[in-house]
Design a protein around this ligand. Structure first.
Ligand SMILES: NC(=O)c1ccc[n+]([C@@H]2O[C@H](COP(=O)([O-])OP(=O)(O)OC[C@H]3O[C@@H](n4cnc5c(N)ncnc54)[C@H](O)[C@@H]3O)[C@@H](O)[C@H]2O)c1
Ligand SMILES: Nc1nc(=O)c(N)c(NC[C@H](O)[C@H](O)[C@H](O)COP(=O)(O)O)[nH]1
Length: 252
C-alpha cells in the first residue's frame, strides 16, 4: 500500500518520544517504543488471525516514520503468521524511496519455530533490497537449517512460565547485534505483556481508529489490571487520534 505525505505536525508531536541519540551509549538495553493501532473498543484486529485495517493512511505513514527512527521492529509469531507483514520502511526524509538502509531489522518472537521465513513477504522484500532479514528469537535453533536462507536465529531461555524475559532479551539484542532502539508493533500477547513492563518500555504510541471491531476482535487489555501513564499528549488527524505517553514507573 502506497503512503501519503506525513502530516507535518506529527514531527514535533513525536519528537520527545523517539529514541534520542545520546541514549545509544548510556544504557545496556535498547530504547523500546510500544506502538499499535486499536479500535474504540480496544481491539487490534476483528478476529484471531485476521489482518484488519484500523489506521487512516496518515497514521499508517506515521508508523513508517517511526520505523525509520528505530534499528529494530519486533512482533510476536502470532502476527507474523496472521499478517505476513513486510516490516520494512517506506518513509524517508528525501521522499518515498524504499530501501533496506532505512528499514529496521525485523525481530520475530517465536520460541517454538512456528513461523517460516521462506516464501514470506519479508523474504520477498529482502530479495528486492527493500527490507532487512529477520532475527528470529527461539528457544532452540531448528535442526537442518537451510544455509541459503538469510535469517538469524537468536537462542534465549524461557522462564518457568514458558516466556522470554523481556529485559534479558532486549539486552541480548543490543549486545549481540548492536540494536539500540526497537519498536514493538504487536500483536496482543506482546502488547499485553509489555504494558506491564514500565522499566522496559520507554515510549507508548497508540493510534485510535474511529471504529468498533466487536467482541470477536483481538483485545488489548493488560491482564494485571490498571496501568497509569505519564507525559500524555494527543494528536488529532482526519479520523484517527494518536496518544503518546510513558508508562508510569513503579515507585519503590
Ligand atoms: N492493530 C495493530 O496495531 C496490530 C499490530 C500487530 C498485530 N495485530 C493483530 O494481532 C493479531 C495477532 O496477535 P496475537 O496476540 O495472536 O499474536 P502476537 O503477535 O502477540 O504473538 C504471540 C506469540 O508470540 C510469542 N511470544 C510473545 N511474547 C512472548 C514471550 N514473552 N515469551 C515467549 N513467547 C512470546 C508466543 O509464541 C505467542 O504465542 C493478528 O490478528 C494481527 O493482525 C494488530
Ligand atoms: N499502524 C497500524 N494500523 C493498522 O491498522 C494495523 N492493522 C496495524 N497492524 C500492525 C501489524 O504489525 C501489521 O502486521 C503490520 O503493520 C504490517 O506491516 P507491513 O505493512 O506489511 O510492513 N498497524
Amino acid at each position: 500500500m502506497a503512503l501519503i505525505p506525513l502530516p507535518e505536525d506529527l514531527i514535533p508531536f513525536l519528537k520527545e518520544y523517539l529514541p534520542a541519540t545520546q541514549f545509544k551509549n548510556d544504557c545496556s538495553k535498547p530504547f523500546l517504543t510500544l506502538t499499535y493501532a486499536q479500535s474504540l473498543d480496544s481491539r487490534i484486529s476483528k478476529g484471531k488471525g485476521q489482518r484488519t485495517v484500523i489506521s487512516h493512511l496518515e497514521t499508517k505513514t506515521m508508523t513508517h516514520y517511526l520505523r525509520f527512527h528505530h534499528d529494530g521492529i519486533l512482533i510476536g509469531c502470532g502476527t507474523a503468521l496472521a499478517d505476513d507483514p513486510g516490516l520494512n520502511c517506506k518513509w524517508s526524509p528525501i521522499g518515498d524511496t524504499v530501501s533496506w538502509r532505512c528499514s529496521p531489522r525485523p525481530i520475530i518472537i517465536d520460541p517454538h519455530c512456528k513461523w517460516g521465513y521462506s516464501g514470506s513477504k519479508m523474504q520477498e522484500l529482502k530479495s528486492q533490497n527493500s527490507g532487512k532479514s529477520p532475527i528470529i528469537v527461539v528457544l532452540k535453533r531448528p535442526a537442518n537449517l537451510d544455509a541459503n536462507l538469510d535469517v538469524t536465529y537468536l537462542e534465549a531461555p524461557l522462564n518457568v512460565e514458558g516466556r522470554f524475559d523481556w529485559l534479558h532479551l532486549l539486552k541480548l539484542l543490543k549486545s549481540e547485534y548492536g540494536i539500540t532502539s526497537i519498536m514493538a508493533e504487536g500483536g496482543a500477547i506482546v502488547i499485553n505483556e509489555l504494558l506491564s513492563q514500565p522499566t522496559v518500555v520507554d515510549s507508548l504510541i497508540v493510534t485510535i481508529g474511529a471504529k468498533y471491531l466487536g467482541q470477536q476482535g483481538v483485545e488489548v487489555s493488560p491482564p494485571a489490571g490498571e496501568i497509569e501513564l505519564d507525559n500524555i499528549t494527543w494528536w488529532k488527524g482526519t479520523v484517527d487520534a494518536v496518544m503518546a505517553a510513558r508508562l508510569r514507573k513503579i515507585q519503590c
